[in-house]
Design a protein around this ligand. Structure first.
Ligand code: H2B
Length: 100
């Protein structure tokens, strides 16, 4: 796994335009993106978290998240570079795809 790099300005604007159109919000006080996912019930929410967790392990890139019943709050940022990298964009896209 090569070391991630911070997004360039060009990469940022393209990626964030797409993700904000799908409900992701850009952090005000840190270089991160966040989104709240709401599912049908806890079983669905935790099942999604389980699938994402396996992907996170495969990517060696892990979300900051919390779950209350059928809601999962997610924040993505790359700690090793202190901000957004392509890994965050890839993970956000995978999360959206799995959430349907
Ligand atoms: N997840 C996230 N979100 N950012 C990182 O910089 C990161 C990670 N680094 N998962 C990985 C693990 C690193 O700590 C290990 C040692 O490879």
């Amino acid at each position: 796994m090569n070391k991630p790099e911070k997004l360039s300005d060009a990469q940022r604007s393209t990626a964030l335009a797409e993700l904000t159109a799908h409900g992701w919000q850009v952090g005000e006080d840190r270089d991160a993106i966040s989104k709240t996912f709401t599912f049908g019930d806890f079983n669905e929410a935790f099942g999604w978290m389980t699938r994402v967790a396996l992907i996170a392990e495969h990517m060696n890139h892990h979300p900051e998240w919390s779950n209350v019943y059928k809601t999962v709050k997610v924040t993505l940022s790359t700690h090793d570079v202190g901000g957004l990298s392509a890994l965050d964009i890839a993970m956000a896209t995978k999360m959206d795809r799995l959430a349907g």
